[in-house]
Design a protein. Sequence first.
Length: 228
Amino acid sequence: MPDPTKPLPPASDPWEGRAAVPGYDPAFTQSTGPQVIFVEVARKRRWPWVLGIMGVLMVLCCGICGAVVAPVFGEWPSTIAATPAEVGGLKRDDNALVKLITAEANYRLRASEFIDGSFVNVFQDPSSKDKGVVAFGGTGLIWDPEKTLKDVIQGAGENIWDVSTFPPGSLGGLLKCGKGKDDQGKPVVMCAWIDHGSMGIGIFYGGRSKEDSATFMRALRSEIIVRP
């Protein structure tokens, strides 16, 4: 038992003289180099820019759509007025048999779901019985008049050729005439007008020129096509 009257021995480090811990260096317990301090910066609001760009795109889209749709609503809807007794110097044929045939043809045209109104008429030249004209057509929404008219001309196949473009008149659209033959092989001139709201076709007999036929079609169109 130790003597309580004697002083205690000095304290000693129990790890003194032992091997150092591998990879441990007291000098690195405290960092002496530069320190990186993270500071949170308030994010910029980008919504005003996004909304501004969206607004510009909407204006551009509306402008483009307006430019495309405006011609459509300028020509559609159209209606058919009563055909006058005389158009362009030609008289409407009111023979009973002719009226019966044209009425039947008109009925068939109206049966189409794409046609709102229609007309079928026969006109005669008072100076020559051989210069008759069969004219027919209708009203309705036509999104691509140029393609539709092209399909009509191509549908006639070899029965129409030498197609020329003529001034359509005040109602705009397209007007084309070509030489051809009817289903019985008789020489004819076929003319057609078309726009976004109406289409009309005329078949001219008696050796009439394309220019004269186009003139008649412009006159007929101005008489029977009514726009709001």
